[in-house]
Design a binder for this molecule. Structure first.
Ligand code: DAH
Length: 349
């Protein structure tokens, strides 16, 4: 009688096997026979009621049934899993011949990049990077830089005045020299650079902008001479334009330096032979500079008999235009993404 039951289950099982269509049905099949209340599990628990002489045959028959189910299950499971995997691979197939989707990411404005590069060089020489207000007092922008009221040197700067004659948009970063020296209380050596925005009533064109950036530098210490200035400028221009670049000083005039110089660098484009960039002179002017005027030192609390210093002012846009071969300074302030795209070119540098 027991064996009949086994036979019945076997028949049913063979029937069930034929109807399985997916992995879910396969799992249900396994539970139906081998689960806690499965047919085979139940058969197994009946073994205790079997006559001792029949136990062995019964046990073997049950084991055989179990083996049929497990073998079938394992084999089918692998088959279904492969099918699922193949289906997924088919759907996720990557066509490597398709053009890649371009990912647009932003890149820093190259003017900013240039300024950071200059900052790094000066920081490595022990300079601090400082800043000052863009809305400035006449006192710092002019008077304490040895440019008294009514002095013709003021005219050259086409200043934007905000309130009367006292409050203005700084026309140069040089007032930060004064502010830094006042903080130093005439006591400590100073080494700072100050990159920052400046403003002048200029008409905007390819080489002029009413807002532009300068990079001011100031060093105050003992026994400072023009050769210290030249050595320092040399380091930065070589870093920016290449190690073969030479520096030349031409006499100039600024109220706050004496002597004053114009800093030229040898043309990196033609090596002095003459080209459009250097206007066929072989030299390019990149900064104004000089030895800090005794009046400026004194007004800011540094006794000129004891202290001396140099100062310089680079035009940041000019440096960036030269370095990155840009012929219109307005591009730095352009917010049209299609045009700003040109900055991406230097992103990997
Ligand atoms: N402030 C000057 C200008 O805007 C540039 C300059 C010249 C800065 C000489 C300096 C300097 O510090 O020493 O034209």
């Amino acid at each position: 009688m027991k064996n009949d039951k086994i036979e019945d289950i076997k028949k049913l099982l063979e029937e069930d096997k034929k109807n399985i269509k997916d992995i879910k049905m396969l799992d249900e099949f396994k539970i139906k026979y081998l689960g806690k209340k499965g047919f085979i599990t139940e058969l197994n628990s009946e073994i205790k009621n079997i006559q001792p002489e029949d136990k062995k045959t019964f046990g073997q028959a049950v084991n055989e049934l179990r083996k049929i189910v497990t073998d079938f299950y394992e084999e089918q499971k692998e088959k279904y899993e492969n099918e699922i995997l193949n289906e997924r691979l088919k759907n996720e197939a990557i066509d490597i011949s398709l053009p890649a989707t371009k990912i647009s990411i932003g890149s820093p404005n190259i003017l900013e990049k240039l300024i950071e590069e200059v900052e790094e060089v000066f920081i490595s020489m022990g300079y601090d990077v400082v800043d000052g207000p863009e809305i400035e007092e006449d006192k710092y922008n002019f008077e304490m830089l040895n440019i008294p009221k009514g002095h013709p040197a003021r005219d050259a700067q086409d200043t934007f005045y905000i309130e009367g004659e006292e409050i203005l948009l700084r026309s140069q970063t040089s007032p930060v020299q004064v502010r830094t020296m006042l903080k130093g209380h005439g006591e400590i050596p100073i080494r700072v650079i100050c990159p920052g925005k400046t403003y002048r009533r200029d008409d905007d064109d390819a080489t002029h902008s009413h807002q532009f950036m300068q990079i001011e530098g100031l060093l105050v210490d003992k026994n400072i001479s023009l050769s210290d200035l030249k050595g320092t400028i040399d380091v930065i221009v070589k870093k920016l334009f290449g190690k073969d670049i030479e520096t030349r000083f031409r006499p100039s005039y600024y109220q706050f330096t004496e002597p004053s110089v114009e800093v030229d660098i040898s043309c990196f484009n033609c090596n002095g032979d003459g080209c459009n960039i250097c206007k066929h002179t072989g030299w390019i002017t990149v900064a104004g500079a000089g030895i800090v005027h005794p009046n400026v030192l004194r007004m800011s609390g540094y006794e000129p008999k004891e202290w001396s210093g140099f100062a310089f002012g680079f035009g940041a846009e000019r440096l960036a235009m030269l370095k990155y071969d840009i012929d219109d300074c307005r591009v730095f302030y352009n917010t049209d993404l299609r045009e700003v795209k040109i900055f991406d070119r230097w992103e990997s540098e």
